[in-house]
Design a protein around this ligand. Sequence first.
Ligand code: GAL
Length: 694
Amino acid sequence: MRYILNDQSLVLGVCYYPEHWPRSAWAGDLRRMTEAGIRVIRIAEFAWNKFEPEEGRYIFAFFDDFLEEVEKTPIKVIFCTPTATPPAWLTHKYPEVLNARMDGVLYRHGSRRHYNYNSPVYQEFSRKIVEQFGAHYAAHPSIIGWQIDNELNCETSDFYSESDSAAFRRFLEEKYGSLEALNEAWGTVFWNQTYTAWEEIFVPQTTVSNSTNPHRVLDYYRFVSASARRFCKMQADILRKYIKEGDFITTNGLFGNLDNHAMTAESLDFITYDSYPNFAYCLDDYRAEDLLKDRKWSRNLSESRSVSPVFGIMEQQSGANGWNTRMEAPTPRPGQLTLWTMQSIAHGADFVSYFRWRTCTVGTEIYWHGILDYSGRENRRLREVRAVAEKLSHMQELAGSRYVAKVGILKDYDNIWDAQTDKWHERVDRESQKNLFAAAQLTHTPVDFVYLTDTTTAEELARYELLFYPHASILTKERVALLEEYVSAGGQLVMGCRTGYKDPNGKCVTDCLPGLACRLTGTDIPEYTFVAPDLQKVYAEWDGERIEAAVFNDILAPAGEQAEAVASYLPAEDGQAALGAAVSPDYAGQPALIRNRFGEGTAWYFGGAFALDTALAFLRKLGAAQPFSALVSAPSTCEIAVRKKGDAQYLFVLNYDKAPASITLKTEMTDLWAQRPVSGPVKLDGYGAGVYRI
Ligand code: GAL
């Protein structure tokens, strides 16, 4: 990764909107940011009209003047391309640039991200403005990097304009070459969907019962991803011609229907993420029983790390959330702003930029608070930012270090997108993804998300002692060969129900199940079923322990000499059955978990989705839980993370609870904030954190 300030340092930033404030406010704002320890601002992502107030008339004075003010300070700038919000003059004159709903109604001016990637007119306007930006601003000494657009595929990741249908046809022609091949791949023989001319094909449209050919939808998601990537690359290629050596190009956020990994590899220097843990406290969907709450954002941060091992946070929560039309979430409590900043850094962020400096007084986001309220007067949150900057000044040595995880959860875009088209698969996958991550958090077991691509190697996988590939419906020969190599070299792999029953088009295979994974897992699946509602919950017994096989049950049989059934489905408990509360599964007594020795390693096939207790049991029984227990003990309300650089290791303990937490440091370490040695019992404040050099 290139570093934000061209050296290895942890840097604080803030999002700023010079166009929202009188010019007379600029100098004072920049002075106060500097004084608070902020060193980078992000600007201009929604300001197209300030540069091109009418078609083809470019003016640069407004941001030139602002940059002149910035140059007088130590602050550096991330400049953005403004393509997330096309001007009214543009969409009015060229409505074909607009995105549409599935029923064809256009999204009109007044919000944001209402354009489509495939309109040749929009591509041309975007190309021109990015070219103008590059030529005019890229050499400016205050600029250190660029953000492309803003949150590609945010607000909506579906595109249904006429340009999209035209581009979808080209995408398919290139992929399949002939209609015959396309008809075969999409199984159009079903319900008489056979296409006889390319013009008959559209992006998904409104249909009876909303049922659209799933193989077509899977290709549509691939198409949307390719469209967004192409749009991003078009901008990146232009900017690369102009940017100064050492300056970087990024974009912010991780959104749906977009292969963020491929986009970053082909166009960006690293990804940045927008982290709003306070969504967990939104009144609209607050759930008291949700175990992780704001800690759930660690999952998104782990996703960011899977794209760029060291990444940035372009927008970090600093105030209450809300639009005038949706979401109501409270102000971060004292300590939470620091906690969430440290959460980002613990997971691998070396740059954290708060959203935003001062809360906007106009528009949809008047309740989306920044560090300061409308008046800009000194407040508690600004004092907390200052204290964060002070803490960071003692943590600089850990910049560039890498998060340490020995457990990985494998993912791939085909299966992510297929789950979106498939209610059965989605239900199974959602349950396991949620619980595997929660179980890892609660047992202080750091996990990485590992995305399988065509270039993933067995050496990369060998970094992990244990991999889960929970429910990969779609498997390919290449992926399975890779997994076989990993396991035979000594790895442990756990697969869950519904593995291997689809091909890359999302069509079901006619082989024995779990399809291509039969050999690796030593498993055959003679029968399968959803957990019927009258069964309530289905359990299996594994070495005397009861584990739930949630949502769906593959009824298993060992296949091959090395395969052994190690857990079987249980009948409903007597008491329960007698009360009529639950009936026993008719497959009670049959295998629910197969262990297969494969070369030096072991593959496990589990017949259900992973409930929380089940995920906890796997982590414990397979020896992966609590890898840092020799260093620290902490209550489960705390998250533990370690970053490593060379021989140096840094321990983060994050207390998400309102109550103080008692932790024990089991060896002598250096408390980086206090700059002194520490060991034994330590008390962390409610919402407190500690960062230690081990
Ligand atoms: C982000 C976006 C910002 C701001 C913020 C609050 O998704 O990038 O521009 O809108 O959310 O809604």
